[in-house]
Write a protein that binds this ligand. Structure first.
Ligand code: C5P
Length: 218
């Protein structure tokens, strides 16, 4: 429990993943991309023909999954699924399975296991509220819907995928509404989180701000 944790929660495409990576890199810490766990669970359930609405069935699948995480690459049953995980369709599956309390319970310990020395930066929706409530620095990262849709658009295009700005924005807003509205660990800032709106910030500015908060905490 002495292993330091920084949590970075916030809505879809607010820049959590990038900020998490650069802060972790600067500190030499490990990264938990908890969204990837929900995404791979949704993908595995859909491939296994399990209904994404059946929380108990999806949760029962979790301990049987052969998962491996190595530096941003995710393997399911020995096959790399990193590209499939980034698809918007998989994000929607993640949001569907993440609404079920049994699924969230099934993934709880797996997330705690990422906490290893020298420290962890954890990215998600409930890192500061449900998984690491004792974290010493909690950031709630936001950005305007327009900024988020534009960033996601550029991200997809840069990966050679096709994207439609209006469709993306609608998808982001639908996913946020579901993440905020669900009763199990809804997306919300922890009472002791620092809110950071990074709409008008570069990634370096956000990183340096988080690092300065971290220094004050230590
Ligand atoms: O962060 P990312 O976009 O990869 O997350 C995909 C979906 O997984 C989110 O929209 C959310 O529904 C779910 N999720 C969650 N709790 C987390 C991380 C992700 O419910 N800690």
């Amino acid at each position: 429990a002495d292993i330091p944790v920084i949590t970075i929660d916030g809505p879809t495409a607010s820049g959590k993943g990038t900020l998490t990576d650069v802060v972790a890199h600067a500190l030499g810490y490990h990264v938990l991309d908890s969204g990837a766990l929900y995404r791979v669970t949704g993908l595995a359930a859909s491939r296994a023909g399990v209904s994404l609405d059946d929380g108990d069935a999806v949760a029962a699948l979790v301990p049987t999954l052969d998962l491996r995480f190595t530096q941003g690459h995710v393997f399911l049953a020995g096959q790399e699924v990193s590209a499939d995980l980034r698809l918007e369709a998989t994000g929607l599956m993640a949001s569907q399975v993440g609404a079920h309390p049994p699924v969230r319970r099934a993934l709880h310990q797996l997330q705690l296991d990422f906490r290893r020395l020298p420290g962890l930066v954890a990215d998600g929706r409930d890192m500061g509220t449900a998984i690491f409530p004792e974290a010493s620095l909690k950031v709630f990262l936001t950005a305007s819907a327009a900024t988020r849709a534009e960033r996601r658009y550029r991200q997809l295009i840069s990966k050679g995928l096709s994207a439609n700005m209006e469709g993306l924005r609608a998808d982001l807003e639908a996913r946020d509404a579901r993440d905020k509205g669900r009763s199990a660990s809804p997306l919300q800032a922890a009472a002791d989180a620092i809110e950071l709106d990074n709409s008008a910030q570069t990634i370096e500015e956000s990183r340096d701000l988080v690092l300065s908060w971290w220094q004050q905490k230590r």
